[in-house]
Design a protein around this ligand. Structure first.
Ligand code: 3PG
Length: 213
């Protein structure tokens, strides 16, 4: 794992951001940093995403990643914006290879052993288990990781403040992703104090969960 990615994932929490307006970038970054989070996955689900990445990189020391990256052109756009790593909902050889050409770490999305094995064949041993809850949640991920020694996971999708702990207790889970601390509603209403509180709570849960596994 690259140093930047290791630093990003160290607190165990990856806030998944869907931002409609670039103006949220600076206050969002400030709230996340204050909470002890080291990263955000800014999803390419809005046209504002590249500018959000650019502004978060410029205004903070967060390791900013890009999510919902599905094509080689997406990779080019987010790397140009300053993304330090790339997350994809699925496994695309073209995305993995383009990330490698840029020298940027990539976490492909996988939901099955076959997909995780295909990712490993492409050199991606750290993957996003997605969508985590819909694919069987903690039980499924325990079974998956037991069968795939060497693979590491960032489960994302449907995880909540309540279920977070159970994922983080799995030794192969490097961090958990989710939007519960940065919901579009919180961003739209400028509730960055709430973002900060929910993020702080998530980081605290991660610390405890890792201590117990
Ligand atoms: C993602 O893109 O990773 C997911 O949409 C995040 O999942 P969540 O919104 O259910 O946390």
């Amino acid at each position: 794992m690259s140093d930047a990615l290791a630093r990003a994932l160290a607190p165990g929490i990856v806030p998944v951001v869907v931002a409609e307006a670039a103006e949220v970038a600076a206050p969002l970054a400030e709230a996340l940093e204050a909470a002890g989070v080291a990263t955000a996955e800014v999803t390419l689900r809005t046209s504002a995403a590249p500018e959000v990445i650019r502004r978060m990189v410029a205004s903070s020391s967060l390791v900013v990643g890009a999510g919902t990256v599905r094509t080689a052109a997406d990779v080019d756009a987010v790397v140009e914006a300053g993304a330090a790593y790339v997350v994809s909902p699925g496994l695309s050889r073209r995305v993995v290879e383009r990330c490698r050409e840029h020298g940027v770490p990539v976490l492909p999305g996988v939901a099955t052993p076959t997909e995780a094995m295909a990712a490993a064949e492409l050199g991606a041993h750290l993957v996003k288990f997605f969508p985590a809850e819909a694919n069987g949640g903690v039980g499924a991920l325990r079974a998956l990781s037991a069968a795939l020694p060497g693979s590491r996971f960032v489960p994302t999708g449907g995880i909540t403040a309540a279920s977070l702990r159970h994922y983080l207790e799995i030794p192969e889970v490097v961090a958990c992703g989710g939007s519960w601390m940065v919901t579009p509603q919180l961003l739209d209403t400028g509730a960055f104090d709430v973002v900060r509180r929910l993020s702080l709570e998530a980081v605290a849960v991660a610390r405890v969960a890792r201590g117990t596994r």
